[in-house]
Design a protein around this ligand. Structure first.
Ligand code: PEP
Length: 253
């Protein structure tokens, strides 16, 4: 049975005190979770050890990182390796977010290496994909996303692929307030699942969690998550507001 997941990506927001307060507030909100309905919190690197100790007493809320380096170690000033993240008790690593693809020129070859680093170090990957507006307007989004997925994660063995969560995030919906409709999300998620099925088989595809991301908020989370192939969300802006985040978590049902 595949997991439902709500993952909060704080991006480059919140200082140490604010981050601790937000995690505390989430805890006090008593989200109803279980082993198949989980939350991931992905703060900036500097928060990780603090957040890890806060999450130590919380069941079914896991620590995430927003990135990792593609090499194991070495002279890469300012970077953080997957092994370091693992040692900070990180369970999930977001790889291939569109902001990293665009601003830091992370291409598919680099992302595939990052995926390998995360898996070798025993973490799960939230692999992001999604098309820009011009691709959506040209109605070629299925082929675009399929290529991202094939290049980023289809080098993995079936066993390794069990550690992959896919996040579909149309770039035109990220931080814009413009959300994909429930039908647009369902269509793409079904397409992604069929692409995974063709490569790894129907059972693996059925077991793979596929999250939607892009201006997800309390007012649309229920409708988006109500789709057969939408297994939760990767949440940016709304993950910074405790009431909104708790409400989106509750929308997992
Ligand atoms: C994101 O960046 O992963 C995201 C979904 O952001 P937002 O929810 O703010 O659109």
């Amino acid at each position: 049975m595949r997991k439902k997941i709500v993952a909060g990506n704080w991006k480059m927001n919140l200082d140490i005190t604010e981050g601790a307060q937000l995690v505390n507030d989430i805890f006090n909100g008593s989200p109803q979770l279980d082993e198949n309905k989980i939350v991931v919190i992905a703060p900036p690197y500097i928060h990780l050890t603090q957040t890890a100790s806060q999450l130590a007493g919380m069941d079914f809320i896991y620590l995430g990182a927003q990135n990792c380096h593609q090499e194991a170690s070495g002279a890469y000033t300012g970077e953080v390796s997957a092994a370091m993240l693992k040692s900070a008790e990180v369970a999930y690593v977001i790889i291939g977010h569109s902001e990293r693809r665009e601003y830091y020129k992370e291409d598919s070859a680099m992302l595939a290496k990052k995926v390998n680093q995360a898996l070798v170090n025993g973490m799960q990957v939230i692999f992001c994909c999604g098309e820009p507006l011009e691709i959506r307007d040209a109605n070629t989004q299925n082929a675009f996303v399929e290529k991202q997925i094939k290049e980023g994660i289809f080098h993995l063995s079936a066993e390794q692929f069990k550690n992959i969560v896919i996040a579909y995030e149309p770039i035109w919906a990220i931080g814009t307030g413009r959300t994909a409709s429930a039908a647009q999300a369902q269509d793409m998620h079904a397409h992604i699942r069929s692409v995974v099925a063709a490569q790894y088989g129907a059972q693996t595809a059925d077991d793979t969690s596929i999250l939607y991301g892009g201006s997800c908020k309390p007012s649309n989370a229920g409708e988006l998550f109500g789709n057969a192939d939408v297994d939760g969300g990767l949440i940016g802006g709304a993950a910074l507001k405790v009431a909104d985040f708790l409400s989106i978590i509750a929308a997992m049902g």
